[in-house]
Write a protein that binds this ligand. Structure first.
Ligand code: SUG
Length: 446
């Protein structure tokens, strides 16, 4: 049976803004309080999705969260009419208000961890929404993420949905941003690599000291258990704490894999040699490419600035691979020179395509953050909600929908405007009809 990788990109929501919410994420802090453009952000994302669709990839669309999260604001004690809730929070707790407006669900690499049917004991595709406990604004996502996943992968015969892990730092889980899978064919048994930032229960182990480690080993182990993965096909590796302290807040900022390629920076992992040896032995075939980038070739600082590793490596119909990179890589001479050289080496990667996803990059989200990878076979793809798959028609409709509902600019003071709440709800309601998701949002359920 044919199998392939589908990418589900997060559609940027109508309240996209720069609130400086993510300590440890350099770009988010640098962009704090800048004026955002929700319209440009959404259009940039849709353009990337369409480009991948046109390259022959299976491309999905993942709906945004309901923002502002009025329910959370009420849970935190703001009351009265919705307009009153916004006004009161704006005055008394501006940081809480912007957190409840964050469009951070665009980074679907953090939405969940997915294990394909080739890896799981019950031969189903498994999904666990990430609890994202480390950041308040992101911890608001898992429930609705679960609703949307169930509406997109809506067939119990093929898809197995789990509840997100317990919401506590011990089980901090950031989803597929710390997970990559190597395989020969997408539909066959693969090797799942879980990268974690710290041990939750053993304080004597190495851990970052400046910035938080968002993912624990214990969370990764729980996901592997839930997904019915076998020990022979799983590798756990600790991220180098030193790089977390320099702004590498997720492993997908410093390494990425696809099929038989692992592309990584030499400083990415703690005990790198032992890790690579385990990967080599468990992968079980010599046809495996470890592409190591040294600090001399590209410094850690340039990795964080350009998101060289937050690129997507995709397999094209002719079997060669392409890298989907942000324009930041194109504009950095060292990184551009590295990528120009990479496509001439003896690896499957033969081309690089550059995309403008600047609105997302300013908050620390590159091309790979914007997508959730779901390896599927033909039968499973047929069971996916087809209205969520990119097509010429959906592309036209999404562009028209964004133009109709999204603001050109957004600034912190706009968040108190009750019209923004109404615009956002109207837009999301229309979107759920377009994507045939049903009532996935709270405001649709009351
Ligand atoms: O969780 N930024 C996101 C970026 C996530 C990137 N994802 C991956 N690497 N897979 C985060 O730090 C910033 C929001 C703000 O500051 O307004 C933010 O949430």
């Amino acid at each position: 049976m044919k199998s392939f990788e589908a990418n589900f990109d997060g559609l940027v929501g109508p309240t996209h803004n720069y609130a400086g919410l993510s300590t440890g994420n350099v770009a988010s802090k640098l962009s704090a309080n800048d004026t955002s453009s929700p319209k440009n952000a959404a259009l940039q994302g849709i353009a990337k999705m369409k480009a991948l669709h046109d390259m022959g990839m299976t491309q999905g669309v993942f709906a945004p969260q309901e923002r502002p999260d009025i329910l959370s604001l009420r849970r935190l004690g703001f009351s009265g009419s919705d307009a009153n809730v916004l006004e009161q929070a704006h005055k008394e707790a501006p940081n809480v208000l912007s957190a409840c407006f964050s469009a951070s669900s665009m980074w679907t690499a953090n939405s969940s961890t997915v294990s394909p049917s080739g890896d799981s004991k019950d031969s189903k595709v498994h999904f666990t929404p990430a609890n994202l406990t480390n950041k308040f604004h992101r911890s608001l996502e898992p429930e609705i993420t679960g609703n949307i996943l169930k509406a997109v992968f809506n067939d119990d015969n093929h898809f197995n949905h789990h509840l997100h892990l317990n919401e506590n730092d011990h089980f901090g889980d950031e989803g597929a941003a710390n997970h990559t899978r190597l395989c020969s064919e997408y539909g066959e048994q693969g090797l799942e690599i879980f990268t974690f930032g710290k041990y939750a229960f053993d304080q004597s182990k190495p851990a970052p000291t400046k910035f938080p480690a968002r993912q624990t080993l214990e969370a990764s182990q729980a996901v592997a258990r839930l997904h019915g993965l076998s020990d022979e096909n799983v590798v756990y590796v600790q991220q180098n704490p030193h790089v977390i302290d320099q702004g590498v807040f997720h492993n997908d900022v410093i390494s990425v894999g696809n099929q038989n390629v692992l592309f990584y920076h030499e400083q990415a992992f703690l005990h790198s040699d032992a890790f690579l040896a385990e990967v080599q032995s468990k992968f079980g075939s010599d046809d495996l490419h470890f592409i190591k980038v040294t600090t001399d070739e590209v410094s850690l600082e340039d990795c964080v600035k350009t998101y060289l590793f937050n690129t997507q490596i995709i397999t094209l119909a002719d079997g060669t691979m392409a890298i989907i990179a942000p324009m930041h890589c194109y504009h950095n001479p060292k990184v551009k020179a590295y990528l120009d050289k990479l496509v001439t080496l003896n690896t499957p990667i033969k081309q690089v395509k550059y995309f403008d996803v600047n609105e997302s990059m300013k908050n620390g989200g590159g091309p790979a953050c914007l997508r959730l990878r779901v390896a599927l076979n033909d039968t499973e793809l047929n069971a996916v909600n087809q209205h969520c798959l990119m097509s010429d028609e959906l592309f036209t409709n999404l562009n028209a929908w964004v133009s109709k509902h999204y603001r050109d600019e957004l600034h912190f003071d706009d968040l108190r405007d009750p019209n923004l709440l109404m615009e956002s709800r109207t837009a999301l309601d229309e979107l759920t009809q377009m994507l045939k998701l049903g009532s996935v949002y709270h405001f649709q359920q009351i």
